[in-house]
Write a new protein. Structure first.
Ligand code: ADP
Length: 161
């Protein structure tokens, strides 16, 4: 059986940074499940269905083996349900490290079977975050270099009255 990676996140919305991580992960694993967290506590701008559909609409290279799914509850329970082997997370700057380190170790305590691996986005994308995309669009800037066209359009529709 092939190795399955689970890439969890809010993806509110997906950026070229996330896409870069997904592409890198598909080179290492046989299948990558992009798992959209309901993250209701974070008060997401887009619904789970919207966030999933933005990921599905990305022009993935043919043969890219990804599945887009969503989950609620504990990540480790979801990973075991999906028969995943590894959780993939992206690292941008040092500032991500503290939180990611804590989550990885907590998840390891919750389940010894789930390993976390970190990938680094290409430097062109490593400073991107979904939050800054929302700020740029709210301030009527262009996010064309940071998110796919359909995502930029959706951000404009939602944020510019
Ligand atoms: P979460 O709310 O779980 O942090 P995000 O959608 O913000 O969800 O991020 C999901 C994962 O992708 C996290 O591991 C985050 O560090 C990583 N990530 C987000 N943007 C980038 C980027 N530009 N480069 C590398 N990793 C990124």
């Amino acid at each position: 059986m092939g190795k399955i990676a689970i890439y969890p996140g809010s993806f509110d919305p997906i950026t070229y940074g996330h896409i870069d991580i997904i592409k890198r992960a598909t080179k290492v694993f046989d299948k990558v499940v992009v798992a959209v967290a309901h993250a209701s506590g974070k008060d997401p701008l887009f619904s789970v269905e919207e966030r999933k559909s933005f990921i599905e609409q990305v022009e993935w290279d043919s043969g890219t083996n990804i599945e887009v799914d969503d989950f609620q509850g504990l990540l480790v329970d979801y990973v075991l349900r999906k028969k995943g082997n590894v959780v993939v997370r992206g690292l941008r700057a040092l500032s991500d490290f503290e939180y990611e380190f804590q989550m990885a170790l907590i998840n390891r305590k919750l389940s010894e079977e789930v390993e976390t691996m970190f990938l680094m986005a290409g430097e062109t994308y490593s400073y991107l975050s979904s939050r800054t995309m929302k700020e740029i669009i709210s301030l009527r800037g262009s996010a064309a270099a940071f998110v796919p066209k359909h995502v930029e359009e959706a951000l404009k529709k939602k944020l510019i009255k």
